[in-house]
Design a protein around this ligand. Structure first.
Ligand code: A5P
Length: 237
């Protein structure tokens, strides 16, 4: 599948997700290329009369929303978010657990997702996996000070961690919150809950790209349209 097909499928999922919004909602605006299509689809609905306010999960999402005319607010004004539409790097079939953060916005994305009644995830088919950890590295946001020792702690926890750099200039990638990102190679993650707890306990770790039990719905765009997966209420992370 070429990049243009992939973009078409991402857009298909995003447009479908934007239909979930209703007047008066506070909406979390995700980050990444698929979430950007969702912001554009929300803007199109606003032009047709929908009244919603967005909380962006990154400076890039905020800039796009402003450019498209989506009114913005923030967590200080709205502790409660009705629905967030965001992308993902991996979606585990069955559990709908996610890996996120290849775009570097995982911390704000998780704060917004955790404050949301519903997290609607939009992806193309390439993101679906049978087990987390099989398609992408696991991004982990870490503090910048003493990052080398944090990478050692991650290695002790069995994760082969590499600091993320910004382009080819030898400068560490900086998140919107001023942190670094360690991209960790993992085996298949058979017990994501255990890994999440072990990683969260390490000094210097801010948060991981494991989003467990957060997605309520996943909309997958493909050549044949969209497929919607809903998380069973009883599903555990
Ligand atoms: C951003 O930090 C990520 O979590 C994105 O949601 C994720 O990387 C998906 O991005 P694409 O939609 O561009 O693949």
């Amino acid at each position: 599948m070429g990049p243009s097909n992939s973009n078409d499928h991402k857009r298909t999922a995003a447009v479908r997700a934007a239909l979930e919004l209703e007047d008066g909602m506070v909406v979390g605006l995700g980050s990444g290329s698929t979430a950007a299509f969702a912001i554009e689809a929300i803007a199109a609905r606003i032009k047709n009369g929908l009244r919603v306010t967005g909380i962006p999960t990154s400076e890039k999402a905020a800039a796009l929303a402003r450019q498209c005319g989506v009114p913005l607010t923030d967590c200080s004004q709205h502790r409660h978010i009705d629905v967030t539409i965001d992308g993902a790097d991996e979606v585990e079939r069955g559990t709908l657990n996610l890996i996120k953060g290849l775009g570097g916005a995982l911390l704000r994305e998780k704060i917004v997702a955790a404050a949301s009644d519903r997290l609607v995830v939009v992806v193309d088919e390439s993101k679906l996996v049978d087990c987390l950890g099989t398609r992408t590295p696991l991004p982990i946001e870490i503090v910048s000070w003493g990052w080398q020792t944090v990478l050692d702690h991650l290695a002790d926890a069995g994760l082969e961690a590499k600091l993320r750099y910004a382009g080819n200039v030898g400068v560490p990638f900086l998140t919107d919150s001023g942190n670094y990102v360690a991209d960790c190679l993992t085996e298949r993650i058979s017990d994501a809950g255990d890994l999440e707890r072990r990683v969260a306990a390490l000094v210097g770790v801010v948060d991981s790209g494991l989003f467990l039990g957060l997605a309520s719905k996943v909309i997958v765009g493909s050549a044949s349209g969209t497929t919607v997966f809903e998380r069973a209420e009883s599903a555990t992370p």
